[in-house]
Design a protein around this ligand. Structure first.
Ligand code: KG4
Ligand code: ZN
Length: 333
């Protein structure tokens, strides 16, 4: 089954063609038009600008995606689109474009949850990956632990109570003077620093829940930097990045450990932009080895938002009968 899939929930406009047939899970094309250079000027995503940029890009990338795949719309079996969660104006561009295309071409329309899409990105890399497993979704907008018991059976068992993990990375990066979004640069800085140089509070909620709180940690880092600056003392950006990242990784592993025990899981899969972080990946590998569980880490190129991941999940939604009619709307959360 060939699926043309759209992603426009935040700051990347993406159209992809994926081929999904039983055991075959293949990306045929995956075009991503990133808006990051535009939003970097403002230090964060500006929703109105994001919507307009999606409008400008979506037609063009549809053509690029089909031609890169060497197919025409006639060859496509279904159109899929992210309908939740995300910025409402951004989601509406993808939803309305996909609805119009599905209607005019007479193809089924498959609505996909963005978070499920992030998890499904792993299906391309790992032909053996199938539920049940515990998923860690670590992105710019979301931080969740999910018990995935079937391809369309998702139960969120833990989440952040305030900032998302990527948001915390980006805000700490900003106070260290890095350009938005600073997550990837924080990764590089942390490699040169001492992870035990500064003691920050834990981001894992200190009870038996599976929740996180990144805002206390983020504020502690910001206060540390400001206090040093007020005293005219030098700061080591490398040490701060390394200490912050070590704290985040430790907190994530602590709650993941609890989640794995509660679910009786023997497999864990990571997803989302922050799953590209090399230090978090190393911590997850150590954890999986110690616990003797299978670990699936997404390819760095598929951690961020892209249409292919939406296409992968769309296939399973389609098999489960989860298609939409033309009343499909965007849902913020
Ligand atoms: O999943 P994603 O592309 O978009 C959302 O759905 O939110 O995640 C983007 C987030 C940003 O906060 C970015 O700074 C962060 O992922 N990120 C990283 C790394 N690469 C991207 N954070 C830490 N380390 C990285 N290597
Ligand atoms: Zn995302």
């Amino acid at each position: 089954m060939l699926i043309l899939a759209y992603e426009s929930s935040c700051d990347e406009t993406s159209a992809a063609v994926v081929s999904m047939n039983g055991g075959e899970r293949r990306i045929v094309s995956n075009i991503v038009a990133s808006q990051i250079p535009i939003h970097a000027l403002y230090g964060g995503v500006v929703p109105e600008i994001a919507s307009r940029a999606h409008c400008e890009a979506i037609s063009r990338i549809t053509g690029e995606s089909l031609s890169a795949a060497g197919v025409t719309l006639d060859d496509i079996d279904a159109v899929a689109v992210t309908y939740t969660p995300g910025l409402v104006g951004a989601l509406l561009v993808g939803v309305n474009f996909a609805k119009s295309l599905a209607y005019s071409a007479g193809k089924p329309l498959i609505p996909v949850d963005h978070i499920r899409g992030h998890v499904a990105a792993n299906y391309f890399t790992y032909p053996d990956l199938e539920p049940p497993f515990v998923a860690l979704v670590a992105s710019g907008g979301h931080t969740s632990l999910i018990h995935v018991t079937g391809y369309t059976d998702y139960e969120t068992i833990g989440r952040t109570r305030d900032d998302a993990i990527g948001e915390a990375f980006d805000k700490v990066a900003r106070v260290l003077g890095l350009k938005y979004p600073g997550g990837a640069e924080m990764d590089r800085l942390a490699s040169k620093g001492d992870p035990s140089a500064v003691k920050f509070p834990s981001a894992a909620i200190a009870d038996d829940s599976l929740d996180f709180s990144f805002s206390g940690l983020k504020t502690a880092v910001i206060n540390h930097v400001h206090t040093k600056q007020m005293k005219g003392e030098e700061i080591s950006r490398e040490d701060i990045a390394a200490s912050f990242t070590a704290d985040v990784s430790k907190s994530v592993v602590k709650k993941l450990d609890l989640a794995v025990s509660r679910c009786g899981a023997d497999a864990v899969c990571a997803a989302g932009g922050v799953a590209a972080n090399s230090h978090l990946r190393a911590a997850l590998k150590r954890f999986a080895k110690k616990k003797k569980i299978r670990l699936y880490l997404p390819e760095p190129g598929l951690c961020g938002d892209n249409g292919a991941m939406i296409g992968a999940q769309a296939y399973y939604e389609y098999l489960a009968g989860n298609t939409a009619d033309l009343t499909l709307n965007a849902v913020v959360d």
